[in-house]
Design a protein around this ligand. Structure first.
Ligand SMILES: Cc1ncc(COP(=O)(O)O)c(C=O)c1O
Length: 436
């Protein structure tokens, strides 16, 4: 892996991109906000490596934001998808390949008896919440600070100043307060704040669902405390509300059964994305038959999509899940071993030198947080030293290592990361930390 020397073509192309696309990107964080550098302009990718348009190679720990757990352009997925494309790319009719992927999803995640496919995680979460409201005939949705469930209007809310709960403010302009007035935003991992909020009968009797990333991945990697999830599970059942796990990232990432299998907690509705689409635009939401059958046309909760269940994306998803199920169930153990070979020495170094930096990891996902010793909620994450993160990011990038360009994202490792690349990454990280 060579040093990144020349990025002239990338700079020129980014200039052109900015002329016709806002900030030159189709999703904000791709522009490397706050990092004062030209973002990555990609030409191609293979296995664990991204290649930019200048020909520079980068070991990739972003992996299309966690989607590519088996790496880029996996031959099995490429071959199957290529065959599928020749059969037509979209029919707007139901197909056997949808049954195949749906069957796999229900096999892997037992709380999902029926599933609907959509094209993005945003759509999955938005539709699941509509279904929860339709099923309970209630209005209030609780989410947690630092959780991200896509960019639909009612999720773009942060807690009101000094108050937890309703009366928050939007994190985006263009969202009238009426659109998020029934979304409460509470602190993550805080049982007391949750109990206090639902102690008001006007709230608890109108509570449709609690939506949570059981392993939070959008404030850096922060796992929920088991007692917190158990409390949410118990209280949702008692109050007649639904517990909705957003496993768009954690699903098929932390284990074949997602975070719910890891914690042994059953969600009423689950959202999946990223990995389930095998690198194509597919996501889904699912749960018990009785709830799912409330969707149109059987029920009155409307949800639809021209490209939903797209055959090419379904084929990629089937191949991806087959890869995860192969190898006599050793896939996740091996992936974790790989990840630990990178993260354990870093963690050891941090402990030995008592630095104000911590590394949090679950399975093959991790975040190195600068300026803090532990992160359990969004308030902790906000204390991070983002300037120091930027410095770290640029150090790695210049040496051909690409991690997500924000302190509040997660690094992921794939099954095809080579030993050599993992060792090289470990060395560069330690080298950076040793500089103080
Ligand atoms: C936990 C979580 N939920 C939902 C989404 C939205 O998914 P998409 O970007 O596919 O709309 C994301 C996106 O990163 C996510 O991390």
């Amino acid at each position: 892996m060579t040093k990144v020397a020349n990025r002239l073509k990338s700079e020129q192309m980014y200039h052109c991109l900015k002329q016709v696309i806002p900030a030159g990107v189709n999703s904000p964080v791709r522009s490397f906000p706050g990092l004062q550098m030209t973002p990555l302009v990609v030409e191609s990718a293979f296995a664990d490596t991204l290649v930019d348009i200048d020909g520079n190679h980068y070991i990739d720990y972003c992996l299309s934001w966690g989607a590519l757990i088996c790496g880029h352009a996996h031959p099995k997925i490429v071959e199957a998808v290529t065959k599928r494309v020749a059969l037509g790319t979209s029919y707007g009719c139901t197909t056997p390949i949808e049954e195949k992927l749906a069957r796999k999803v229900t096999e892997c995640i037992p709380s999902i008896e029926k599933v609907r496919f959509v094209s993005s995680g945003t759509e999955a979460c938005m539709s699941a919440v509509r279904l929860a409201r339709g099923a309970t005939k209630r209005r209030i949705v609780i989410k947690f600070q630092g959780g991200y469930h896509g960019h639909s209007d009612s999720f773009l809310v942060q807690a009101g100043s000094g108050v937890t709960g309703l009366n928050g403010t939007s994190t985006s302009s263009g969202v009238p307060k009426e659109y998020f007035q029934w979304t409460a935003c509470l602190p993550y991992n805080d049982i007391e704040a949750f109990e206090q909020f639902i102690s008001d009968p006007q709230i608890s009797e109108d509570l449709a669902c609690v939506i949570i990333e059981p392993i939070a991945t959008n404030m850096g990697l922060v796992a929920a405390n088991k007692s917190f999830l158990e409390c949410l599970r118990r209280r949702c059942t008692e109050l007649g509300a639904l517990l909705l796990f957003d496993e768009v990232v954690s699903g098929f990432r932390v284990g074949i059964g997602g975070a719910q299998a890891l914690y042994g907690i059953t969600a009423d509705l689950t959202c999946l994305g990223k990995i389930v689409g095998g690198g194509f635009p597919a996501a889904c939401f699912g749960g018990k038959k009785e709830i799912m059958d409330l969707l149109a046309p059987l029920g009155s909760v409307y949800q639809a999509g021209t490209l939903s269940g797209n055959p090419v994306a379904m084929e990629a998803g089937v191949q991806m899940l087959s890869l995860l199920q192969s190898g006599k169930g050793t896939f996740y153990a091996e992936l974790e071993k790989k990840t630990k070979s990178l993260t354990d020495p870093i963690q050891k170094y941090l402990l030995e030198h008592d630095l104000n930096i911590c590394l949090q990891r679950v399975g093959s996902c991790f975040t190195l947080f600068f300026g803090v010793k532990k992160v359990t909620c969004a308030a902790d994450a906000l204390k991070c030293d983002t300037a120091r993160f930027g410095d770290f990011f640029r150090y790695l990038f210049a040496r051909g290592i690409y991690i997500p360009p924000s302190q509040f994202e997660i690094c992921t490792v794939s099954s095809v990361h080579t030993e050599e690349h993992l060792q090289r990454t470990k060395e560069v990280c330690l080298e950076y930390l040793q500089m103080g």
